[in-house]
Ligand binder design. Structure first.
Ligand SMILES: [Cu+2]
Length: 458
């Protein structure tokens, strides 16, 4: 433990000085830097005259390295971690260097890298470098290309990065359990020429999911499909940081999917282009425009757009994936008038609450008793009230007046005058009379306007 230190403060962005890396250079193994905060940490600047634009890992961080004999050396430690999923809930996960997901590994096309992996889990593990072309013996599939890394042992992987792109790493040993416990990370290979694929802001995160019973903290690892926490980098809204950009910035968001299902990621506002896939960068002429892009299991996508001022929702379009744990297993009550039965039950169970008879929006506002360490099914408050979202949801916050490296949450958007939807309070326009129900339609081709009924108060 003596060679492990927390370099970063608990909150806010901190740069890791080059001095900290070189001091570790004296040790036999590179220092295993640890980060336990779930706040987005700005990445360390590249220290070795191989400039690239580092990515910003959403609610995550990038792993520092040292250079020894021309080789970039990293040290990952597989170990149990405690992760705050969102304020009010922490989970007992497995990850790397204090966090789940583990730190983002960033290097440059052409680099020779050496990654030490120390196993501090209670069982064997290995690391597979997902998407990277390397010597087969470095591929990290336990049993197939290497023996598993025994508890307490360190393995070393070494290879040359041949292609730029967005990749991932995860275990290939007991992977159902180890990935259900949160073991994964991003692996970004930057192009050799920093002008290639250049953008102003470059974000990355991994789609992951957990099944953690309300009131508990450890994932149920045998779950195949019925997860109840849908997360980005092991965070659920409102615990997911915003994507902050300046008006006109070219923004890239890289997304990898290590859940058990696909996620159609939808962004409001500016249209985006899919510029990267698992296979690498899409040539300019072949990029395609979308507002929702489906990301299959094991896939990676990079999207890019020109930022337009506003607060733009970005979320998975499977609506269950923007719900937290309490949204599952609730019966549908729309249209059921159970006032009478509710009164009777309330006499027996004082906390009893009727749920969802007019839809479930009310549940975003109400305070209902839930077990400790459990997120309400949908939370998050915006400038106009409850957002009614959880899970895989965040906000792209674009402002005119941000500095180049400013990623601080700028607060809520101030809508210019005349650009905000508001209640209509003038006199209602006259509507044509409703056709009488008994009268047969005089002409099948005539448009019929149905007047709303049963809304006496509107
Ligand atoms: Cu989804």
């Amino acid at each position: 433990m003596s060679n492990r230190r927390t370099f970063f403060k608990a909150a806010g962005a901190t740069f890791l000085g080059a001095a900290a890396v070189s001091r570790a250079g004296a040790a036999l193994l590179p220092e295993a830097v640890v980060q336990t905060s779930a706040a987005t940490q700005l990445p360390p600047p590249p220290p070795n005259g191989r400039p690239y634009q580092p990515i910003v890992t959403l609610n995550g961080w990038s792993l520092p390295w040292r250079v020894k004999d021309g080789v970039k050396e990293f040290h990952l430690v597989a170990e149990p971690v405690v992760r705050e999923i969102a304020p009010g809930m922490t989970a007992n996960l497995w990850g790397y260097n204090g966090s789940s997901p583990g730190p983002t590994i960033e290097a440059v096309e052409g680099d020779r890298i050496r990654i030490f992996v120390t196993n501090k889990l209670p069982e064997v593990t290995s690391v597979h470098w997902h998407g990277i072309l390397l010597p087969s013996g470095m591929d990290g599939v336990s049993g197939l290309t290497q023996p598993p890394i025994q508890v307490g042992k360190t393995f070393v992987y070494e290879f040359v990065l041949q292609r730029a792109g967005t990749f991932m790493y995860h275990p290939h040993a007991d992977e159902m359990v180890q990935m259900a416990m949160g073991m994964m990370g991003l692996f970004i290979v930057h192009p050799k020429d920093p002008r290639q694929f250049k953008v102003d802001r470059d974000f990355g995160f991994i789609l992951n999911a957990y099944d953690i019973a309300p009131g508990s903290a450890t994932p149920q690892v045998n779950t195949m499909l019925d997860f109840n926490l849908w997360t980005w980098n092991s965070r659920a809204f409102p615990g997911i940081d915003p994507f902050v950009a300046r008006t006109g910035d070219r923004v890239r968001i890289r997304v990898g999917n290590l859940t058990m299902t696909n996620h159609p990621i939808h962004m409001h506002g500016p249209h985006f282009e899919v510029t990267g896939t698992d296979g690498g960068w899409v040539p300019k002429s072949a990029r395609w425009p979308e507002v929702t892009t489906d990301i299959g299991v094991g896939q990676m996508r990079a999207i890019e757009f020109d930022a337009v001022a506003g607060d733009w929702a970005i979320h998975c379009h499977k609506s269950h994936h923007t719900m937290n744990a309490m949204g599952h297993g609730v019966p549908t009550m729309i249209g059921v008038d159970h006032r009478d039965i509710a009164r009777k039950i309330s006499n027996l169970v004082p906390d009893y609450m009727v749920m969802g008879e007019r839809g479930m929006h009310d549940m975003a506002e109400m305070e209902m008793p839930i077990p400790d360490n459990t997120l309400p099914m949908m939370t998050g408050t915006g400038p106009f009230g409850p957002v009614g979202m959880g899970g895989m949801f965040s906000v792209v916050k674009v402002r005119d007046d941000l500095a180049r490296g400013d990623y601080k949450d700028p607060g809520w958007y101030r809508h210019p005058a005349g650009t905000l939807a508001t209640e209509y309070t003038s006199e209602a326009p006259a509507l044509p009379a409703a056709p009488r129900a008994s009268a047969p339609p005089s002409d099948a081709g005539t448009l019929q306007v149905r007047k709303p009924s049963g809304h006496a108060n509107h």
